[in-house]
Write a protein that binds this ligand. Structure first.
Ligand code: EPZ
Length: 418
């Protein structure tokens, strides 16, 4: 197992470029299943989740090759529609092959994703939506068995909650349905817009991009495409918070700052100076960190994937803040770990009360999940002394060259294999 060791207190300043969005690239790779031929997705980060998705597609019979930050997916000869448990268990996002497989082949057998440590991660909206489109769903031996013997029929689907994954699965299922499908209360995350762009380029007519009502007109045939993934707004936000913690200035490029409007607004409220550019943003802070309340919400609300990183910042505020986690039911594990570094945080259900402290101390801590792990490293950058973050495989799932990028900002940081 690998660990990251940080000696805190170094000034954090400089410029880095982020890669393509993990939470888009994985779905764009799955969308390539919709068309025979070779699609190429550019600006794909070199992270373990992408390796896993490449493995899922290969098991289905696609030919997947990676070169630099591009992935070629040739889905001409798909030989299986079954996604094995051992792969889905490692990466829940594998569930997004369900929509494209059932759309193109009328059949899919995907292992039910387990929960993970941030919540039960249900898939009821995926299932109900697909049933609306004429898919028969059975659950047996831990698998979701989806069949559409008469093909898919366009329908009106109303999502209880703007689920990112459900919106993506239903978008990809609807592209081959007969007639139009309307997805109401669809997720509006920028990664959804990126997927819509790729599907439109493949030959599908889709209205309502960026809104909560998507209309998909089923197409006969789709063609393979070359598509560049949108920049990773969460990776960018993580490094901008590093700048806010360490003082900066830190400039992050490679993403659209309009995709981080709520975070940038909150960074200004805590006392940072934020400058926005066409291709990124710069954050610096001279004065104290001011307390501020945050509630995570579906886009364009405050991103749940930035909640732990922002908690690390508020842990050092001059006063008390409240974070309300409205998206996942168990996404405060990071709090238990940062308290080992001297943070003063009380959790009550979906609310965290953060009483700002003057300083954090370096300590041995354990990465609870992807974003919590990254947030622990951010806290370590400004903690007194040495911090050892273990279980960092979580972090490597979503951050390419995390240590290298932070070192380029001045951090005293290294990764060791134990
Ligand atoms: C995506 O997960 C992201 N993952 C998550 O990022 C992100 O936190 C989340 O969207 C919200 O933005 C990927 O894109 C790979 P949801 P997803 O469906 O699609 C409940 C990260 O750190 N729900 O919007 O699984 C669900 O339990 C990861 O990069 C149902 O109840 O998110 C959760 O509480 C973490 N039934 C809430 O909705 C369903 O059918 C949001 O889930 C589907 C979801």
């Amino acid at each position: 197992m690998a660990s990251i060791i940080v000696n805190g207190g170094r000034p954090i300043t400089g410029e880095i470029r982020v890669g393509g969005a993990k939470n888009s690239a994985l779905k764009l790779m799955a969308a390539a299943l919709l068309a025979p031929g070779a699609s190429v997705i550019r600006n794909v980060p070199d992270i373990s989740d992408v390796t896993l998705m490449a493995e899922v597609l290969s098991v289905l019979g696609a030919r997947v090759t990676r070169e630099d930050h591009s992935v070629l997916v040739d889905a001409t000869d798909i030989t299986s529609v079954e996604t094995p448990y051992e792969l889905v268990a490692q990466m829940r996002a594998s569930i997004v092959v369900l929509g494209p497989l059932v759309a193109r082949f009328g059949r899919a057998r995907v292992a039910m994703p387990g929960g993970c440590n941030i919540g039960s991660r249900k898939i009821d909206m995926h299932i109900h939506g697909l049933e609306h489109l004429g898919v028969n769903i059975a659950f047996e031996h831990g698998f979701i068995d989806a069949t559409a013997p008469e093909g898919l029929k366009g329908a009106e689907v109303l999502l209880d909650f703007p689920s990112v994954g459900a919106t993506e699965n239903l978008l990809m299922a609807a592209v081959r349905a007969e007639g139009a499908t309307v997805i109401e209360n669809a997720a509006r995350e920028p990664e959804i817009g990126d997927l819509v762009d790729m599907l439109v380029a493949m030959g599908v007519q889709i209205e309502g991009r960026g809104s909560s009502t998507l209309v998909v007109h089923g197409a006969r045939e789709l063609s393979p495409v070359v598509h560049t993934a949108v920049g990773d707004r969460i990776e960018a936000g993580t490094y901008l918070v590093a700048g806010a913690l360490g003082g900066g200035p830190v400039t992050v490029t490679g993403f659209d700052p309009a995709h981080l409007e709520m975070l940038l607004t909150k960074l200004e409220l805590v006392g940072c100076e934020v400058a926005v550019h066409a291709d990124g943003a710069t954050v610096r802070r001279e004065g104290p960190i001011r307390p501020v309340d945050v509630a995570t919400l579906p886009y364009p609300g405050f991103p749940t994937d930035m909640q732990a990183q922002f908690m690390a910042l508020l842990a050092l505020a001059e006063g008390n803040s409240v974070i309300t986690e409205n998206v996942f039911e168990n996404r405060f594990m990071f709090a238990d770990e940062i308290k080992r570094m001297g943070a003063d945080i009380d959790i009550e259900g979906h609310r965290a009360l953060i009483r700002g402290v003057h300083a954090l101390q370096g300590a041995p801590v354990r990465s609870p999940d992807l974003r919590g792990g990254a947030a622990l490293v951010l806290a370590a950058l400004v903690a007194e002394g040495e911090t050892v973050v273990s279980d960092v495989h979580h972090i490597l799932r979503g951050y390419e060259d995390f240590c290298g990028k932070l070192a380029s900002l001045g951090a005293d940081i290294r990764m060791i294999e134990e």
